[in-house]
Design a protein around this ligand. Structure first.
Ligand code: NAD
Length: 357
């Protein structure tokens, strides 16, 4: 497929390629939609095998951000950046600042933030070249590490799931299997333990399991057995595509609520979960806490305002479950429908604004 076919296939507004031969920067910024506001999305620094792979990834991720922001009710569009390279060896001040200049050239239509391979400290350097960077360290007036906030939103979604399935939001005594106890997973485990849930953890790294067992007094399970473990909630907090034709029939849970992006391998897997009687809380709704948190920086960061908004993931999740039931569709389809309605209803307002707005 040619570059322009890739770009137009999913209705992207704009894709920008930038390089700085001195630092070795090779970056692509994709703006999927600015219908609801400036396109915000993190900068992923990753050693892509090819430029085409990087382009496909940035197009897919930026479209996902449009839906995540719309479903969260934010005045934000969807965008994303990828920097091709190994962050461990290729990252430098010059490279990050050259990237900042590329972001700046878009005049605020794209706002960058940290993502896989970039940190809040990196954003400080990017910020020296552009005001269109968020996710800065707390010491610099930013919102800091988004992971605990993402976990807080996930916890709100787990309570909404309990309310919908079992008629009360509290998680005391509920058995929750958490797959992946990294930054988000471990913060989520802490909240679950405080709520007196029965937590079982797994991870690809034995050291991460040991840490969680020691810190929170939870039980471990082998990574291969996590999916089949009987439980109330299975929480994928590691990888995408964990819900697929192979795993869904073997799931031992009543509901899936996790932070991992793109948990459904294909759209049909949403139907497969429903056919098995498993309630799926859509990933891009329940993991929006980090995005909601950095969004607040655009208004002069207020932690209490950001947390209040993150906690509203409880209501958003319940509304999606209700819409799914009323319209006879899966929660994933309901979340997409709600996001698309917002893009249409509110997005079309922007066409009525004066050019100076
Ligand atoms: P992380 O890298 O800190 O943690 C991921 C953990 O998963 C690691 O401990 C890793 O060892 C483990 N893991 C990897 N493969 C595994 C496997 N096959 N089985 C079990 N464990 C495995 O990442 P994170 O920041 O905690 O993010 C977790 C997920 O949530 C990712 O999919 C990420 O894209 C998504 N997410 C994160 C945020 C955020 O604020 N950090 C926001 C939205 C979405």
């Amino acid at each position: 497929m040619g570059v322009f076919e890739h770009i137009t296939a999913e209705g992207h507004e704009e894709v920008v390629f930038g390089s700085d031969p001195v630092s070795g920067l090779k970056a692509i910024i994709a703006i999927h939609s600015t219908a609801l506001g400036p396109a915000l999305g993190g900068a992923r620094f990753y050693p892509y095998a090819s430029e085409e792979e990087a382009l496909v990834d940035v197009l897919r991720l930026s479209k996902g951000m449009t839906y995540k922001a719309a479903a969260a009710g934010l005045d934000l569009g969807g965008g994303k950046a990828v920097i091709i390279g190994d962050p461990a060896t290729d990252k430098s001040e010059r490279l990050l600042r050259a990237f900042g200049q590329l972001v700046d050239s878009l005049g605020g239509r794209y706002i960058t933030a940290e993502d896989v391979g970039t940190t809040t400290a990196d954003m400080t350097l990017v910020r020296r070249e552009t005001r269109w960077a968020v996710g800065l360290p707390v010491a610099e007036g930013g919102s800091g590490d988004p992971s605990p906030v993402t976990a807080r939103g996930l916890f709100a979604a787990a309570k909404a799931t309990a309310q919908h399935l079992w008629g009360r939001p509290d998680l005391e005594g509920r058995k929750v299997v958490v797959q992946g106890v990294g930054k988000v997973g471990s913060a989520f485990v802490q909240l679950l333990v405080e709520a007196r849930a029965e937590v079982i953890v797994t991870d690809a790294q034995p050291a991460a399991i040991e840490r969680a067992v020691e810190n929170y007094g939870v039980k471990p399970v082998d990574p291969d057995d996590a999916i089949t473990t009987p439980c109330d909630i299975f929480s994928p907090c590691a990888l995408g595509a964990v819900l697929n034709a192979h795993t869904i029939p073997r799931l031992g849970c009543e509901a899936v609520v996790g932070s991992a992006n793109n948990q459904l391998a294909t759209e049909e897997d949403g139907d497969r979960l429903a056919a098995e009687g498993i309630l799926y809380a859509p990933d891009f709704v329940v993991n929006a806490g980090g995005l909601i948190n950095v969004y607040d920086e655009l208004h002069g960061y207020s932690k209490s305002r950001a947390m209040h908004r993150v906690d509203s993931i409880y209501d958003a999740t319940l509304e999606i479950f209700r819409t799914a039931e009323e319209e006879g569709i899966t929660p994933h389809a309901a979340a997409i429908r709600l996001a698309e309605r917002r893009l249409e209803e509110i997005g079309s307002l922007s066409r009525r604004r004066a050019p100076t707005d």
